[in-house]
Every structure is written in structure tokens, then in C-alpha cells.
Ligand binder design. Structure first.
Ligand SMILES: [Cu+2]
Length: 123
């Protein structure tokens, strides 16, 4: 094959590689900038003995991920929006945080004194 015939094929190949990598980059940055994972352990959120306040920007998707063995839920007891996850012992529960403010969250099974966290949603 001569170079004259090969050139258009190379151009098409280069273009498709460029499109593919742009899409991949966009997906990666979306996941990084808009999802925050919070651990749901056995009778704690975030981390045992660690700070229990999580701050995210508005429109972040917060994903609670069950990591222990017991059943827990994610319940807002005070905040701009009230929500409650199902009682689960594995898997995840996600919520897109569209309202700015401070959310006091607890597990309704183990109680606020044993298992709670603060979620701050900021501009
Ligand atoms: Cu619990």
C-alpha cells in the first residue's frame, strides 16, 4: 500500500482514538468530582474513632457503603431535606445532595449516640 492510500486510514484511526480517550477522561473526572463514598460500619459512620463530619459541594452524590455485618440505615434526623435509606447490611445507598446545609444523620437502629455523622453541603 502506498503512503497516499494509507494516510486517510491513519487519520480515521487517530480521530477515533482521540474521541475514545476524551470520553474516558470525562467519565473519570465526573465520578471523581461528584461522588463521595461514606462507610457504614458496625455502629459508626465514616470511620471508627475518626472525625464524623463530611463536607461536600452541592450536587455531589453521596454514596453510603455498608462494610460491617450488622443491619443499619441512614436516616436524616435534622436537615434541609429528610431522607431515610432502607435497612441494609450490605450494598450501597446513594443520594444526590442538591440542598445546601447541615444534615444530622444517624442510624435509627443503633441511635444517634452510638452511630451518627454530620454531612455539610456547601456551595
Ligand atoms: Cu446501626
Amino acid at each position: 500500500m502506498t503512503m497516499r492510500k494509507l494516510a486517510p486510514i491513519l487519520l480515521i484511526l487517530a480521530a477515533s482514538v482521540a474521541v475514545t480517550s476524551t470520553v474516558a477522561t470525562a467519565r473519570t473526572s465526573t465520578a471523581k468530582s461528584t461522588t463521595r463514598t461514606v462507610k457504614v460500619g458496625d455502629d459508626y459512620f465514616v470511620g471508627d474513632g475518626k472525625a464524623r463530619t463530611v463536607t461536600v459541594k452541592r450536587n455531589t452524590r453521596v454514596r453510603w457503603k455498608w462494610a460491617g455485618n450488622s443491619a443499619h440505615d441512614v436516616t436524616v434526623r435534622k436537615g434541609p431535606v429528610k431522607f431515610r435509606s432502607p435497612v441494609k447490611s450490605s450494598g450501597t445507598y446513594s443520594r444526590k445532595m442538591t440542598r445546601i446545609g447541615t444534615y444530622r444523620i444517624y442510624c435509627s437502629i443503633h441511635g444517634a449516640a452510638a452511630q451518627s455523622m454530620t454531612l455539610k453541603v456547601v456551595r
